[in-house]
Design a protein around this ligand. Sequence first.
Ligand code: HEC
Length: 107
Amino acid sequence: MFFVTVTFGLYPGNAWANGDPSKGRASFAVCSTCHGRKAEGMESLNAPNLTGLQDWYMLTQLKNFKNGIRGNDPKDIYGQQMRQMAMTLTDEQAMRDVIAYIKTLRP
Ligand code: HEC
């Protein structure tokens, strides 16, 4: 009970209960090479800060990348890079897990 209280108290984003941050943590290792260890973003790689984003927004974007709605234009070099990464997330649960982990990081 103490753990639950503390978790929800510190990170209200975790109220989105469909992802498992402990599983998402492993997937985030690859994301961190571009987005930074705390998802703070990396200007030199054009990788945006993810910490302030809504969970539902990130889920939509990851699906868009994976489905080729985003990042599919050969001229869109950065979008294409991110698309490759979205492909590594095998299914929606994997996306929800990694998003749940991102939501534990402080903006
Ligand atoms: C090779 C570098 C790289 C890696 C690794 C990477 N990304 Fe990205 N990501 C980017 C870039 C660059 C963009 C911006 C794409 C654009 O301009 O459309 C982006 C965009 C995003 C966005 C959309 C942000 C927005 O504001 O719309 C999300 C969400 C995201 N990344 C999540 C992830 C996750 C989760 C992972 C790990 C599975 C990951 N990224 C791994 C480079 C990367």
